[in-house]
Write a protein that binds this ligand. Structure first.
Ligand SMILES: Cc1cc2nc3c(=O)[nH]c(=O)nc-3n(C[C@H](O)[C@H](O)[C@H](O)COP(=O)(O)O)c2cc1C
Length: 321
């Protein structure tokens, strides 16, 4: 059984933090289909200090939205400390520190994956976080900043020394962003060097890629990211495969039911007027792989009212039943 500090996890399949995506409705729909530990998208320590409405929405949770991880993005010790103090009033179980985000504006601020260029700074910040946090602390890294500076093992050992309870590693460099080519060797090296759990991510799009990650790296758990887009069943699919059980792909009625449930969760959380535009990308992902959906995708992108989005979904069901 996977443990992160004193948190015992029922599954070694985790929903990765996903900026702009892993809000409460998304986490709940994935939990419905077998996800256990889920993460809130990364939160900048400065925006947390400003207590904006958006940040509060990000941290909204329910009793059933548990266990829950919160991820901080930051560089300045003072803001990080303040963010941890503010977070003590929120409900969640694991605190993660982001040293992996590749986005230009993040790296320019020396945050996220930029920190991989300063392993000692990561060590110092993590010591501060571990000392201040009342929850188990984890860290997320990439294999290195670019192909000439693969330093995940060095960074990982410093993270362990700072007292983190688990390490997440995305098997790409910052320079790679999300381009093909997961570096299984570096993840394996990191896993061999640490005694805390190592949780790997990178191209886990189905059960065979999940098995490949586990077999090639020996990692303790998997963090699912893009593989969950329009496919919350991925958790059940991987679990079934690892236990040698058969997994039946959802039929069109089941896909319809799941997307309807997801849409309704978004409506309840954000209100109907916002929900339609927020749901568009999810609709596109749910219908991926079905035939003749181009015009429905276009329709989903143009409708503005809740009833119209529901109608687009009903047409999808009728067309494929
Ligand atoms: C749209 C998007 C948003 C992401 N947001 C975050 C984030 O907030 N924090 C984080 O640590 N990783 C973030 N990631 C990285 C994923 O959590 C994951 O590590 C990465 O996508 C590799 O897994 P995959 O190849 O299976 O997608 C994001 C990835 C995507 C595609």
């Amino acid at each position: 059984m996977l443990r992160i500090g004193d948190i015992k996890l029922k599954s070694n399949l985790i929903l990765s933090p996903l900026a702009g995506i892993s809000d409460l409705p998304f986490r709940m729909i994935n939990r419905k289909f077998g996800c256990h530990l889920a993460f809130v998208e990364m939160i900048n320590v400065r925006s947390l200090s400003h207590k904006s409405k958006k940040t509060k929405m990000m941290l909204s949770t329910l009793r059933a939205d548990s266990p829950l991880g919160v991820q901080l993005l930051g560089f300045e010790e003072e803001f990080i400390k303040r963010a941890i103090d503010i977070l003590q009033y929120y409900k969640f179980d694991v605190l993660d520190f982001n040293c992996a985000c590749p986005e230009k504006k993040v790296v320019r601020r020396k945050e996220g994956a930029a920190l991989l260029k300063e392993p000692k700074k990561i060590h110092k910040l993590l010591k501060v976080i571990v000392e201040r946090s009342h929850r188990p602390v984890t860290v997320k890294i990439r294999t290195g900043f670019n192909s000439e500076s693969i330093n995940a093992k060095e960074v990982a050992l410093l993270c362990e020394d700072a007292g983190v309870k688990a390490l997440f590693i995305h098997g790409r460099t910052r320079e790679q962003f999300y381009k093909p080519g997961v570096d299984y060797d570096t993840i394996r090296n990191v896993k061999k060097s640490l005694s805390i759990p190592v949780i790997a991510s990178g191209d886990i799009f189905n059960a065979s890629l999940a098995k490949k990650m586990l077999e090639e790296t020996g990692c303790d758990a998997l963090a699912i990211a893009r593989g969950s887009f329009g496919n919350p069943w991925i958790f059940k699919e991987i679990e079934a495969s690892l236990k040698g059980r058969l997994f039946k792909r959802p039929n069109v009625s089941q896909v319809y039911k799941a997307m309807l449930m997801h849409f309704n969760l978004i409506v309840d959380f954000y209100g109907a007027s916002k929900a339609v535009s927020l749901f568009r990308k999810f609709f596109n992902w749910y219908v991926k792989g079905f035939s003749n959906v181009r015009h429905l995708r276009e329709k989903a992108c143009s409708v503005r009212k809740e009833q119209d989005m529901l109608e687009v979904m009903r047409i999808f069901l009728k067309m494929h039943k």
